[in-house]
Design a protein around this ligand. Structure first.
Ligand code: SF4
Ligand code: SF4
Length: 435
């Protein structure tokens, strides 16, 4: 089948491990760890202190600019404000709340009854106060994106979920597609596009059947089935697949008249506007060959990954690696004490059988990585110059345009850890270091 965007790969999707199962709610955690950084941009400043009693949904951190507020996901008492391990591996200031299991709701959680008559500004303000970010993992502020002043002809709701193993968005659409559609319309009320497209890959048959029913009478929302290919869920790739328009690195989709919102983000917008709920929980796929009972779970933000894995039966003995996210773009966890945050769509537990790492890593210059990079980069040279810490060459090879999709590493016959290298190379460029 013709590819609708440049490059990409088609790995085994492994979604059957967790797809099609009932959505479960995990048991409330005794304690939640709420990091002040769950978004791209400056960290939030804590608004509570040790000893304070907080309610579920209460804003407990906020800041200026790109900063997005964070909220308590349980009611209880603040027992610590201290650095804790974040899924990104760093120590990040976090608010630790001891759950009182009273589920006392904050009084700000009030539904907006006249949702259809809310103005653009009112919807954007509600999205911000609810702490909504790109829930597909991008974690960019949704209110900032929606507020971009540009003529948008096509609003794209992204249901591609192209990474192997992950079925969180698929589960959301199988169980709550109506809410997602309401969320898309609310975002459209703010963005004012000419046309809306709900884009989904053709490997999600049950969700597609549900959407076909619900969208039958929605003239302005087109359901677009796309051939399954990774990384079609990336904004640039999806815009090209849906509209044929190419976005050059550094440009936003809005420069070509598009805006892309993940379907879980649309669901969060519905909940914020129609139910008055900020982001305090999300659907997480717990999957992989090294977890006993894979599935999808509704998880309060701040729940330690260990407890979420426990809800899925725990790890098997031959666990090799636990990843926050998917196998292509996710981050390996040094331990499993880090919490689920707004952008955690999956916890992937891989067994030793999936260990494809090659201790004798040498580039054989086959050039395969060049053919799959969706950003038209030259991974083999980026790898060489990262090792040499040659910042000038890394800039010439546009390493900062790398979206860390992992297509090159997937295709590499030498199994080189290319993405890990590029993360280091990008950091070198950002810091302007030179050996
Ligand atoms: S990880 Fe970076 S270099 Fe490799 S294919 Fe993706 S965008 Fe290209
Ligand atoms: S695919 Fe791997 S081995 Fe082949 S040129 Fe690229 S980095 Fe080298």
């Amino acid at each position: 089948m013709k590819h609708l965007f440049y490059g990409g790969v088609h790995p085994a999707d492994k979604k059957a491990l967790s797809a099609g199962l009932a959505l479960k709610k995990i048991e409330e955690p005794k304690q939640v760890i709420i990091p002040m950084s769950q978004h791209i941009g400056a960290s939030a400043t804590p608004l509570v202190a040790v000893g304070d009693v907080v309610k579920k949904g209460q804003k407990i951190g906020d800041g200026e600019g790109l900063c997005v507020p964070v909220h308590a996901s349980v009611s209880g008492k603040v027992v610590a404000v201290e650095p804790r391990r974040h899924p990104n591996g760093k120590m990040v200031t976090s608010i630790i709340i001891e759950n009182d299991f009273q589920n006392t709701l904050d009084t700000t959680m009030i539904p907006h009854e006249e949702a259809a008559s809310l103005s653009r500004e009112e919807i954007i303000a509600i999205i911000r106060e609810a702490g909504i970010v790109g829930m597909g993992g991008a974690t960019f502020s949704t209110s900032v994106k929606a507020a971009v002043d540009a003529k948008i002809d096509t609003l794209i709701a992204n249901a591609c979920e192209c990474e192997p193993y992950i079925t969180a968005d698929d589960t959301l659409l199988r169980t709550n597609a109506k809410q997602v559609i309401s969320g898309i319309k609310l975002i459209a009320q703010a963005v004012k596009p000419d046309h809306m497209v709900l884009a989904i890959e053709d490997n999600k048959k049950e969700a597609i059947a549900e959407l076909k029913k619900l969208l039958a009478n929605e003239e302005n929302i087109e359901l677009r089935e796309l051939p399954t290919r990774y990384p079609q869920g990336g904004e640039r790739q999806l815009v090209q697949a849906v509209t044929g328009r190419e976005i050059v690195p550094g440009q936003l989709p809005s420069t070509v008249g598009c805006m892309v919102f993940n379907v879980a983000t649309c669901d969060a917008v519905y909940k914020a506007v129609c139910l008055g709920k900020p982001v305090t929980e999300r659907i997480v796929t717990v999957t992989g060959e090294a977890v006993k009972n894979p599935g999808n779970f509704i998880v309060p933000t701040g729940t330690p990954m260990e407890e979420v894995i426990g809800a899925a039966g725990g790890l098997t003995e031959d666990v090799w690696k636990v990843i926050s996210g998917g196998p292509m773009m996710g981050l390996a966890q040094p331990d499993i004490c880090a919490p689920v945050i707004k952008g955690t769509n999956a916890i992937l537990c891989l067994s030793t059988a999936q260990n494809g790492e090659n201790p004798n890593q040498t580039c054989i210059r086959c050039g395969k990585c060049l053919t799959v990079c969706p950003t038209h980069l030259q991974p083999l040279y980026m790898n060489v110059y990262t090792k040499k810490k040659d910042v000038e060459a890394l800039e010439q090879y546009h390493i900062l345009d790398c979206i860390e999709c992992g297509c090159c590493a997937y295709e590499c016959p030498a199994k080189l850890p290319l993405v890990e290298q590029f993360r280091i190379g990008k950091q070198l460029v950002r810091e302007g270091k030179k050996s």
